[in-house]
Design a binder for this molecule. Structure first.
Ligand code: GBH
Length: 545
């Protein structure tokens, strides 16, 4: 493969998860409640009535999950820290839970021992319930900014000597709009009294969004002032945003697509990227929101502007945009996947909001690069195969629609880098595991690994095989050599099994890549021969010794 078809030097790839979606063990080792604990248990909040009490049981199965990552041969793992494990009640004067810190500390050590770089999110939507109860959580500027900064400080202190990549907050749009506008996510606030007992959708989302940006910015300032010079890491925010195409060539729909981007990349009805990277809100936001739009003081702006070392990007799809519509949260733009001629933009996923359209990914990467001129870390990208939850595991692991999606996005990624010249530094498919998909419960599966929720067994899907092979083949050879050395050094001379090339080194265990004794019939067959061979070699070695 010619060098121009490779990924750039030091490119980071791996898989992603979030604490509440995988950890479970809600009442274990001193963890306090998060706002998702009780919310998920209210009738009608999740599609299947699922909650986070067990999830993929990853708090208990953490070593198996890391062994699975190692078997895939990833270079990095993006996971999030549960704030209420570290500070059960959440606040700056509340007790710190050493058991929580110890858990993440040994987790980071184990990752590093396998040559896997931790890529850590501080906040992926699981606010301590204690702070929601005490002062309304994100609605209270003075308290939440101080408490989040204090929580961040504890994490930098405890893990910053080993963590080189920090994300402050995952997708503020979702906390603001889904949590305080539509009321479909915790804490479940909106003006819709048939849905939520409290809230004001016309003001709270903007207030919350505003405070999130400020809390993020203060955590970054703290890191830069007190830790960066010694810990030498990168820190930033990660934003959701999908590409927007005009529905047709009419001027109003072309304008609608730009408005969707202002509200989206700028983050839907509330631009996050413009304030963080450019130091202002998009004028269109002000036009729509008028005096409901909060503003920062000059002093606040000086903390907010430039408060991210990179552009953290979570993106999944592309929307066709039509002017009109009542939905302020989408910038009064209607979304569709159906073109004027009736055809679909791409393959439909299990969730209504997602279709496969890789060219949109490439265009979005270009748009962000031109607008913000920041290196881009793609921190989430993925697909939920339609009906995957309704078929047996043997079929679910043959996830060809997901492979199709990733074939498209990996090619788009490479073209954006090598043809368009966009500075992209990481790619994390969502998700390592099928997991608790928020309001969808467990009905929607985003994993590249299938999880049987009854047994908690993990089964690599075909898409995992595709991705691992693709990234292994496209890694720059110097980077690969450097990272392999790290792995060999830290794993005591043995490189672990990777599913990319199927090679098994001398000291690698004979376990399946799913980290359990057995896999699906298909997986069993594939690994059975290799395992038998390994046992044979091990027996000979034992005999010689
Ligand atoms: C990510 O958000 C999350 O970070 C992750 O936790 C989650 O598991 C993953 O997506 C898969 O969903 O039609 O109004 O309900 C992705 C961004 C923004 C995509 C909200 C879905 C639904 C809008 N999400 N969007 S709505």
């Amino acid at each position: 493969m010619s060098p121009s078809h490779k990924l750039p030097k030091d490119f980071i790839w791996g898989f992603a998860t979030a604490a509440f979606q995988v950890e479970g063990s809600a009442n274990v080792d001193g963890r306090g409640k998060s706002i998702w604990d009780d919310f998920a248990k209210l009738p009608g909040k999740t599609l299947d009535g699922g909650n986070g009490d067990v999830a993929t049981d990853s708090y208990r199965l953490w070593k198996e999950d890391i062994a699975l990552l190692a078997s895939y041969g990833v270079r990095s793992y993006r996971f999030s820290i549960s704030w209420s494990r570290v500070i059960p009640l959440g606040g700056r004067n509340d007790p710190v839970n050493q058991a929580g810190i110890d858990f993440y500390s040994k987790f980071v050590d184990e990752l590093l021992a396998h040559g896997i770089q931790p890529f850590v999110t501080l906040y992926h939507w699981d606010l301590p319930q204690g702070l929601q109860d005490r002062y309304g959580g994100w609605l209270n500027k003075d308290e939440i900014v101080k408490d989040f900064t204090n929580y961040a400080k504890i994490c930098f202190e405890a893990l910053g000597d080993r963590v080189e990549h920090w994300l402050t907050i995952n997708e503020p749009w979702c906390c603001a709009i889904l949590g305080h506008g539509r009321g479909v996510f915790a804490p479940g606030r909106s003006s819709d009294r048939s849905r939520n007992p409290e809230g004001d959708s016309s003001t709270e989302p903007w207030i919350v969004a505003h405070h999130i940006i400020l809390a993020h910015a203060h955590a970054v300032k703290l890191y830069r002032d007190e830790y960066k010079s010694t810990q030498k890491g990168q820190i930033g925010i990660t934003l959701n945003g999908d590409w927007a195409l005009p529905y047709d060539n009419t001027p109003e729909n072309i304008a609608a697509a730009q408005h969707a981007l202002d509200f989206a990349i700028g983050e839907y009805p509330f631009s996050y990227a413009d304030p963080v990277y450019l130091g202002f809100y998009p004028p269109y936001m002000r036009e729509v929101l008028g005096d409901r739009m909060p503003d920062f003081t000059e002093e606040e702006w000086s903390v907010v502007k430039g408060s991210s070392d990179f552009y953290g990007m979570n993106t999944y799809t592309t929307n066709l945009c039509r002017a009109g519509g009542e939905d302020e949260f989408q910038g009064n733009v209607d979304y569709t996947f159906t073109r004027p001629d009736g055809s679909q933009l791409g393959n439909q996923a299990h969730c209504a909001w997602l279709q496969d359209y890789p060219d949109g990914f490439r265009q979005l990467l270009n748009y962000i690069w031109k607008r913000y001129k920041m290196p881009i870390y793609v921190t989430e990208n993925g697909f939920a195969v339609k009906g995957e939850n309704d078929i047996p595991v043997e079929e679910a692991v043959k996830d060809y629609d997901r492979i199709h999606y990733f074939q498209g996005t990996t090619k788009a990624l490479l073209d954006a880098i090598n043809v368009d010249g966009v500075d992209i530094r990481s790619y994390f498919p969502w998700s390592l595991l099928d997991n608790f998909e928020w309001a969808d419960g467990y009905t929607t599966r985003f994993g590249i690994t299938y999880v049987d929720y009854e047994t908690q067994k993990r089964y690599p899907k075909e898409s995992a095989r595709f991705l691992v092979k693709w990234f292994t083949e496209h890694e720059d050879s110097e980077t690969a050599a450097r990272l392999d050395k790290l792995k060999r050094k830290t794993t005591n001379g043995s490189s672990s099994t990777t599913i990319a090339n199927g090679s098994v080194s001398s000291k690698a265990d004979t376990k399946l890549p799913c980290g359990h004794e057995e896999g699906s019939p298909a997986t069993q067959q594939r690994w059975g021969i290799r395992a038998t061979f390994m046992k044979f070699i091990a027996a000979i070695l034992a005999f010689i010794r």
